[in-house]
Design a binder for this molecule. Structure first.
Ligand SMILES: [Mn+2]
Length: 248
């Protein structure tokens, strides 16, 4: 029988308040200061004992928002992306949007990385791929996620970890998320991601979330932004639904 529970977005929990903490200042032409501002903003949210959910920026922001956890207990990064984002540098730039997982891998408080969904990677260099293997990143390619399903895919994440989940909108198929700069055909469907995120919420303590790379100029119909909003709300709802269940 169809279980309607699976369709519910758990946003009716009275105890949960979603607060818009505003924008982090972007300093034009100074990426490093912009990232420092984002890091500072997330540190403030952690001090306030709330779950930071970061929307937007390109994927470079994740190296800053993960850095903000340096005074917390160690974390594991779960990364949904069409790409590895493990590039050491491009033209001397080591803080670009292709490098957040590489920079995260260098942080002492990051215990590991699981990347779900990479596919169609014409632009990955062998050197960066080998570095990702040498680091010990858990990689579950999209086609494996699709054949084994959400439950088995989430089993690649080491048990008992506190997880920070970073969602790149380019992990979705461009037919439903064309409003991003690095589209890659063959990506996730809405339900594949929804099921993965719900499984993560069930099995792990989620300590931080970001959803990045939506590009409004490439999204004239707004469908990509809507998908990002829907996905974020689904996930936040699942996280707090599971927290309430655990609390009893
Ligand atoms: Mn990315």
């Amino acid at each position: 029988m169809f279980d309607f529970e699976d369709e519910i977005t758990y946003l009716t929990i009275d105890e949960v308040r979603i607060v818009d903490a505003g924008d982090s200042d972007v300093i034009y032409a100074d990426t490093k200061r912009s990232l420092a501002n984002a890091e500072q903003a997330v540190r403030g949210l952690l001090d306030a004992k709330v779950l930071p959910c970061i929307l937007g920026g390109d994927h470079a922001i994740t190296m800053a928002t993960i850095a903000a956890f340096s005074n917390e207990k160690p974390i594991h990064i779960v990364h949904l992306d069409a790409h590895f984002d493990f590039i050491d540098g491009r033209n001397g730039i080591t803080w670009g949007h292709g490098s957040p997982m590489r920079r995260a891998s260098e942080m002492a408080h990051v215990k590991g990385i699981t990347t779900l969904g990479p596919h169609n990677m014409a632009a990955v260099s062998r050197k960066d791929w080998e570095a990702s293997r040498a680091y010990g990143a858990h990689v579950v390619p999209l086609r494996l996620v699709r054949t084994q399903g959400a439950v088995a895919s989430v089993e690649h994440i080491p048990q008992g970890e506190r997880v920070y989940v970073s969602i790149d909108i380019d992990s979705f198929d461009p037919s439903i998320a064309s409003g991003t700069a690095t589209i890659s055909h063959g990506g996730f469907t809405y339900y594949e991601v929804k099921d993965i995120l719900r499984e993560i919420a069930k099995r792990f303590e989620v300590v931080g979330v970001d959803l990045v790379e939506v590009s409004p100029p490439y999204d004239p119909s707004g469908v990509t932004a809507l998908l990002a909003a829907r996905t974020s709300l689904d996930f936040i709802g699942s996280i707090f639904h599971e927290r309430m269940k655990r609390r009893g």
